[in-house]
Ligand binder design. Structure first.
Ligand code: SAH
Length: 222
């Protein structure tokens, strides 16, 4: 198993993370629980060593295979938006580096279990190793096509999609509980709309909360 540097030194120290948290607060993240999670997850271990010194800048960064680790502000915003109320069971589509997964997994109390699906086998293996090294035990991973969700484990109180489909997959809406919420970037351009879908007893309500940049949600697995 790969060894991860879990010791905070230099750029990876708690003080550097605290600075990131201050910046997130300035940009409008208000949830103490989300800010706490952003301050505790060591983002540098989700990034290749060559770029690790940039881990606590508020930017997305390449993680190989044409994919990126999301920008901290966007991770915080999506997490805060998902957690307007506690969400016991959460489905994440697009594990990538596993960073967003780790943020969700640190919100004990607000989130109990996380189910994370990724289409690229190489990425999900590494994400799984990292979360094991960080001793998170409330996450299950699946190598699969997130367009299908995770039927056997559904329905979910929350669904967080971290890659952009052209249209919201019906299969995902079908796996939301009544009262459940999905946060998803939608669209095919350079910039997508970050949308919130709330399933109520009378149907689905949708709202756009922000404009974001994500890689596309791609069908099939590799
Ligand atoms: N949340 C991640 C960022 C993910 S980038 C992080 O914090 O690192 C988007 C990820 O979605 C990529 O890893 C990509 O491979 C994955 N992806 C794209 N299409 C997918 C699909 N249909 N099902 C599951 N994952 C998919």
């Amino acid at each position: 198993m790969r060894q991860f540097d879990l010791v905070g030194i230099g750029m990876t120290s708690q003080r550097t993370r605290d600075r990131l948290v201050r910046r997130l607060r300035e940009r409008g993240i208000t949830s103490a629980n989300v800010l706490g999670a952003m301050g505790s997850v060591p983002r540098h271990i989700f990034i290749d060593e060559a770029l690790a010194h940039r881990a606590y800048e508020d930017n997305s960064l390449p993680i190989g295979h044409g994919q990126t680790i999301s920008q901290p502000f966007v991770v915080a915003l999506m997490t805060q938006t998902l957690l307007n109320v506690p969400r016991a069971r959460v489905l994440e589509v697009g594990t990538g580096s596993g960073y967003q997964t780790a943020v969700l997994a640190s919100l004990q109390g607000d989130v109990k279990r996380i189910f994370s699906v990724e289409r690229l086998a190489v990425l999900i293996e590494r994400a799984e190793e990292r979360l094991r090294a960080l001793r998170f035990r409330n996450v299950r991973f699946r190598h699969g096509d997130g367009y299908q969700g995770w039927i056997e484990e559904g329905p979910f109180d929350g669904i967080l999609v971290t890659a952009a489909p052209l249209e919201v997959p019906e299969a995902l809406l079908d796996q939301l509980t009544v009262g459940g919420r999905m946060v998803v970037p939608v669209g095919g351009g350079d910039v997508q709309e970050l949308k919130v879908y709330d399933r109520t007893s009378s149907g689905v309500r949708v709202e756009t909360v922000e404009y974001v940049r994500f890689v596309p949600l791609v069908k099939g697995t590799r």
